[in-house]
Design a binder for this molecule. Structure first.
Ligand SMILES: [Mg+2]
Length: 249
């Protein structure tokens, strides 16, 4: 089938673990935390990452509903992680631990390999680029700036600002509105099957799944049109996957 490039207008990227190497930063921050709380060393680093990720997602929904503010969300996130190890900490300690975790996290920030090359290549080809990410504005904008990623993007949609998180269709619709485009004119690239891929499929948007952990041998839903494994280092392969995903829409 010939690749139909004519109507692809924009590529929408997730941020954490698609362009920003969140796995690397979170792992370092959690390893430092576990050195201060040895009970956390009783589980594998993968298990610790999963518990942190669960706490992050659960509290983020409470933040979006207006039940808690940013500082409370960060405090509760850490308390929830601690409580999964039967460690009880007061609010001040939990927030102080969040700040230390965050400093450690930021100290090792890096992009997913190949991000700058891929974004430059897509920009040179004339595509609009957008970010669609679940988290706080005050956490995501500094990440874009730290890694010099902000320059590529015409639109940045952050769940805190939109009021709902992926996979809710509204954040996809708001991003399309901001781009001034139709769902058939874009491709969504993301690492999360539950948020990025399921959400995009739900609104009829073609997808490229970045499988950051091919070693886990996870299967993807049949609607996923293209898969890129590991990172974004192979620019040409990534661009081809985006074009094929769009052509098959
Ligand atoms: Mg992600």
């Amino acid at each position: 089938m010939p690749l139909n490039q004519s109507t692809l207008k924009a590529v929408i990227f997730d941020l954490d673990d698609t362009l920003y190497d969140h796995l690397h930063s979170a792992r370092f921050g959690l390893q430092q935390l576990a050195r201060r709380y040895p009970a956390m060393e009783s589980v594998s680093i993968q298990e610790l990452e999963d518990r942190y990720s669960d706490a992050l997602e659960a509290v983020h929904l409470r933040l979006l509903s207006g039940e808690v503010d940013q500082q409370e969300a960060r405090t509760i996130r850490m308390q929830q992680l601690f409580s999964s190890f039967c460690i009880s900490v007061d609010d001040d300690t939990a927030f102080a631990e969040y700040r230390q975790f965050r400093a450690d996290y930021d100290s090792v920030c890096q992009v997913v390999a190949g991000s700058h090359e891929l974004l430059s290549c897509l920009m040179e080809r004339g595509y609009q680029l957008a970010i669609m990410t679940n988290n706080l504005v005050s956490e995501q904008i500094p990440k874009l700036r730290q890694l010099d990623l902000e320059q590529y993007f015409d639109v940045v949609s952050i769940s805190e600002d939109v009021g709902v998180a992926k996979p809710h269709p509204k954040i996809f619709e708001v991003t399309l509105e901001r781009l001034g485009l139709h769902r058939h004119e874009v491709v969504m690239v993301g690492d999360s099957l539950a948020s990025d891929i399921a959400g995009a499929i739900g609104v009829g948007m073609p997808t490229v799944w970045l499988d950051r952990r091919p070693d886990l041998k996870r299967s993807s839903p049949s609607e996923v049109t293209e898969i890129v494994s590991g990172d974004l280092r192979e620019t040409t392969k990534c661009v081809d996957a985006i074009l094929r995903a769009h052509a098959r829409r």
